[in-house]
Every structure is written in structure tokens, then in C-alpha cells.
Ligand binder design. Structure first.
Ligand code: MV4
Length: 451
């Protein structure tokens, strides 16, 4: 096992990694920007290194600063968490060159899944269902129009370097194709420095269902069932749950088999997630693969009782997997608490938390780095806490989450707690009858500002 791990991240995930390392008897090194000097991940780690100024580019994304911190502290491995450098192939490569274990898959695998057209083609060859569309990148606008006419409008133009909702254009009719093509290419170059586009049939009002995977270094691959992440606003997940209210035994069998087939085909190592779009007929299509631990991993931990973060570290150290496929027991729901003002278009609301109260009780996990007096910096992601509840049934979990949200107090900054309270009251949510389009028509004026 590793003797010392450097955590190349901040916030709740850095804290959660440090906590599990302590339980495993592994020493920890925190890295931090000057804006995070008073953060809990810095206080709870055995050692800490300041790696730069507040700007992410000069700190949490600075490969030389992080490698230097690992060198001077003699860390044997780096855990990248999620976001930042977690899916950066050249960082994974540089770690290897310096004799540091990158806790994640190989640079080759990260590259292959990071290029969305390549990822799709790879999964298609492996026999995983994909959305009808172009075979790889489009070579001309004419080819795109011909193919779109064949498939039928509307279609989507997707940037191969995109992902997570970035670089996607909806094209409703042939007349608009040329214009959208030009826009999409320009945006792809500006955002990602790569102009490649591919084409897909537009799946209307799908669900976002993802399969959690774990793969050891000896070819054993298991799934840990699904998470439903359909509750999103502008491609930002706000609520995740498992099992999916839409799931059936037959769909779960097919979708998990496909996920395992895809992951096995690429010789994947570590934890990962296969994202699928599921249409109203329960047809499912591979969308993207995430090669990191995800924000919503606690939902899977809650329903399976399996320590995913610990297993990720163990597998990176060469330990074989010793469990079969895992299925949900009961029901778990996670809500993401963001320092955002839901009464003003969810704009960021950084600042000092004057007072707070975190909920407790059975079947409740609070993953958070905040404390009374903590200043939420303006430089990073606005997520400040994750609340996870676990109950016997979905209705039990909803009742528990409503109680938890009643108890939760965060004062001094605006948060999206009022949104979550309104969502948990909503009939459509309670019935589990939602798609990725659900929040597009959600009436945000129903939010109450009264405590
Ligand atoms: C789609 C789609 C419909 N049809 N692809 C958005 C995020 C990126 N990972 C892929 N996305 C979508 N791809 C086809 N062929 C609809 C979406 C989509 C979406 C997907 C998952 C969760 C929320 C979403 C919100 C809008 C659009």
C-alpha cells in the first residue's frame, strides 16, 4: 500500500480523501492555493504545501507546482479527485515519468475517452449501443447534410473535444445546417482548440443514467448499478439518486452488461462511469465515459454499502477486487448545496458563512468542508456541501431529505437550499416522472425565501 498520498484537489473531495487515507493508515499531503490556506483539507492533512495564488490555472491546475510538491514531500501517489487535473492525460503521464502513481487510468485511456468521437467509435466496436449518427468525425458540411437527411432532423452537432454539455448544437432543419456547422466549428476551436465535429440523431427528453464501474489491474470488472442524474440545470447536476425511478430489472441487466463490455474492451483500470442516454422506450445509448471518481459517488456508496473511494486507492496500489457486481439496497438521494443565489439566476454567492447548522441522524451523510467563519472563495466551483440520505424506499428517502433540508442552516451567503426544498415538494419529482428537460420548465418563482 502507498505510504503517502498527495491530494491534488480542494474542498469536500480533498477532505473525504484525507479522511479515508487516515483510516487506511496512509499519510497525506494537502496542496492549496493562498485563497485556501484556512481550509479544512489543509488542517486535516499530515503535511501541506502552498502551490500558488488563488487562480486555478496557477495552483490546482499547475502541473509543475503539484509535481514539485509531491517531490519535496516524497509522496508515492497522487489522488486527483474530480475536476481540475483528474482527466488530464499529460498530467497522468508526467506523474508516471516521475515515478508517482496517478490514481486513475492510464494516459492512453484518458486520451481515448476524452476524445468523444473516439470514445463513441471504441464503444460501438465493443458492441455497446450508441446513438445513430456519423462514424467518427464529419469530413465536410456536405457529408453532414446528407447524413442528417438520412437520419432525420433534428440532429446534434457535437464537438469531439467537448463533453458535459459543452460544444453541442441542435440543428432543426437542413436550411440551418451550414450556419450551425460554422458556429459549432468556430466555438469548438475557441473553447477546445480542436475543430472536429460529429453528428447524432437528437434523442428527445432522455434520462441521464450512468453505471458505476470498478476494474482492478488483473482484468476483473464489476458494476455497482446505476445513478439517475437527470435533474440538471444547464448541464450542472443538482440531484442524483439510486436506484433510478425509471429502472427495471430487464433494463438494468442490459445496461450494466453493456457498461462492463465497454470497460473490459479498453482494458480499463480503476473506478469509472459509463454515461447513457435512456429514451422513453428504455432504449439506451452510450454517451460518454468519465475516467475519475465522480461528485455523486456517495449515492453508490450509500445503496451498496461499498467503500468506493477506499477501493479506488486499493486498486491503484494493486489490490485485486474481491466482490461481485453490487445492487442497490434501499434508496439514496444526494443534493448538491451550492453557494449560488436561486432568486437571481443562480449567480455565485461567495463570502463568509457567519452561522450554520448541519443536519444529522440515521442514514445521513454530509460531505462538506465548510464551517462557521469559513469564507467561500470566489475563484472555484460553487459547491459547498453534498447531502446524502438513505432510506428503505424512495418515499422514505424523500421524507428524510425534506427533514434534512429543514434542519440545514447556512447564513451569510445565498445558497440553493430554497431550490432543493421546492424540488422535494414537487409532484413530478415525487413521482419520479422526470427527464433531463425537467428543470427547463420548472417554476423557480415557487421558491420560498422564508426559513
Ligand atoms: C444528447 C442529447 C440528446 N440526443 N445527445 C448533454 C451533455 C452531454 N454529455 C450530452 N448531452 C446530451 N446529448 C443526443 N444524441 C441530450 C443531451 C442533453 C443532456 C444529457 C444529459 C443530461 C442533461 C442533458 C441536458 C440537455 C441535453
Amino acid at each position: 500500500m502507498f505510504q503517502k498520498i498527495l491530494i491534488a484537489n480542494r474542498g469536500e473531495i480533498a477532505l473525504s480523501i484525507i479522511r479515508i487515507c487516515k483510516e487506511m493508515g496512509i499519510k497525506t499531503v494537502a496542496v492549496h492555493s493562498t485563497a485556501d490556506k484556512d481550509s479544512l483539507h489543509v488542517r486535516f492533512a499530515d503535511e501541506s504545501v502552498c502551490i500558488g495564488p488563488p487562480s486555478s490555472h496557477l495552483s490546482y491546475l499547475s502541473i509543475p507546482a503539484i509535481i514539485a510538491a509531491a517531490e519535496v514531500t516524497n509522496a508515492h501517489a497522487i489522488h486527483p479527485g474530480y475536476g481540475f487535473l483528474s482527466e488530464n492525460a499529460s498530467f497522468a503521464n508526467i506523474c508516471t515519468e516521475y515515478g508517482i502513481k496517478f490514481i486513475g487510468p492510464s494516459a492512453t485511456t484518458i486520451n481515448k475517452m476524452g476524445d468523444k468521437a473516439t470514445a463513441k467509435a471504441t464503444m460501438q466496436s465493443a458492441g455497446v449501443p450508441t446513438v445513430p449518427g456519423s462514424d467518427g468525425l464529419l469530413t465536410s458540411v456536405e457529408e453532414g447534410i446528407r447524413l442528417a437527411n438520412e437520419i432525420g432532423f433534428p440532429v446534434l452537432l457535437k464537438a469531439t473535444a467537448g463533453g458535459g454539455g459543452k460544444g453541442i448544437k441542435l440543428v432543426d432543419s437542413p436550411e440551418l445546417f451550414q450556419q450551425k456547422w460554422t458556429e459549432a466549428r468556430q466555438e469548438a476551436v475557441a473553447s477546445f482548440g480542436k475543430e472536429g465535429l460529429y453528428l447524432e440523431k437528437y434523442i428527445e427528453a432522455p434520462r441521464h443514467i450512468e453505471i458505476q464501474i470498478a476494474a482492478d489491474q488483473y482484468g476483473k470488472v464489476i458494476h455497482l448499478s446505476e445513478r439517475d442524474c437527470s435533474i440538471q440545470r444547464r448541464h450542472q447536476k443538482l440531484v442524483e439518486e439510486s436506484p433510478s425511478p425509471f429502472m427495471t430489472a430487464s433494463l438494468r441487466k442490459k445496461i450494466t452488461e453493456a457498461a462492463i463490455k465497454g470497460v473490459s474492451a479498453i482494458g480499463y483500470e480503476g473506478v469509472g462511469t459509463m454515461e447513457f442516454l435512456v429514451d422513453k422506450y428504455q432504449n439506451f445509448y452510450f454517451m460518454e465515459m468519465n475516467t475519475r471518481i465522480q461528485v455523486e459517488y456517495l449515492v453508490t456508496e450509500a445503496v451498496t454499502g461499498f467503500n468506493l473511494l477506499k477501493t479506488q486507492i486499493e486498486m491503484a496500489a494493486g489490490k485485486p477486487l474481491d466482490v461481485p457486481n453490487l445492487y442497490p439496497k434501499g434508496h439514496a438521494i444526494e443534493v448538491r448545496i451550492n453557494a449560488e443565489d436561486p432568486f437571481n439566476g443562480f449567480r455565485p454567492s461567495p463570502g463568509k458563512i457567519n452561522h450554520m447548522h448541519l443536519p444529522g441522524g440515521m442514514g445521513i451523510t454530509v460531505a462538506s468542508h465548510i464551517y462557521a467563519g469559513y469564507v467561500v472563495p470566489a475563484h472555484y466551483d460553487s459547491m459547498i456541501a453534498k447531502l446524502v440520505v438513505h432510506g428503505n424506499t424512495r418515499m422514505d428517502a424523500i421524507a428524510k431529505m425534506r427533514r434534512v433540508l429543514e434542519e440545514l442552516v447556512i447564513e451569510g451567503i445565498q445558497t440553493n437550499i430554497p431550490f432543493h426544498r421546492a424540488l422535494l415538494e414537487d409532484q413530478t419529482f415525487q413521482q419520479g416522472n422526470f427527464t433531463t428537460q425537467y428543470l427547463d420548465t420548472f417554476d423557480f418563482s415557487r421558491l420560498s425565501s422564508v426559513e
